[in-house]
Design a protein around this ligand. Structure first.
Ligand SMILES: [Zn+2]
Length: 145
């Protein structure tokens, strides 16, 4: 019996772009978030459209006990390009900040929010995760694949 069944630790808000599925899965695994320990909230643009997953986030927070929301943006995001006409680091940082602020306002104060930007890296760095701080945002940037 899985003692964690029914008690997910985290809610993951990420872009539904299938190009990042594997990277998101690997990243979550590296953070100890294995299948059955988190809930998925894919939406085009991920954090950009977090309001569209408000109902499902509210459900997992208020009824399943989730206490951490991960906001995962990714570079070369077609939804960001389409909706904002820009796709640079500043646009992502602004989007992540906005989504984080919205979560803090919308959900109980004991719900933590972690925001990251997933970025490409060279093939020889595959499977390595590097964490850099963007000085102008304070958010973690993940460089991968
Ligand atoms: Zn995307």
């Amino acid at each position: 019996m899985n003692p964690q069944k029914g008690n997910p630790k985290a809610a993951i808000v990420y872009c539904l772009d299938p190009d990042i599925d594997e990277a998101v899965g690997s990243f979550l695994d590296s953070q100890g978030l294995h299948a059955g320990t988190f809930t998925r909230h894919p939406i085009q643009g991920g954090p950009l459209n977090i309001r569209d997953v408000e109902k499902s986030l509210g459900f997992v927070i208020n009824y399943l006990g989730v206490r951490t929301i991960w906001l995962i943006g990714h570079v070369i995001c077609r939804a960001m390009e389409l909706e904002l006409g820009k796709n640079d680091d500043d646009a992502h940082a602004q989007c992540l900040r906005g989504a984080r602020s919205w979560c803090h306002q919308r959900f109980p104060s004991d719900v933590g929010v972690r925001a990251i930007l997933m970025r490409s890296c060279e093939p020889n760095q595959k499977e390595q995760w590097r964490f850099d701080r963007l000085t102008y945002t304070g958010y973690v940037t993940i460089i991968r694949i």
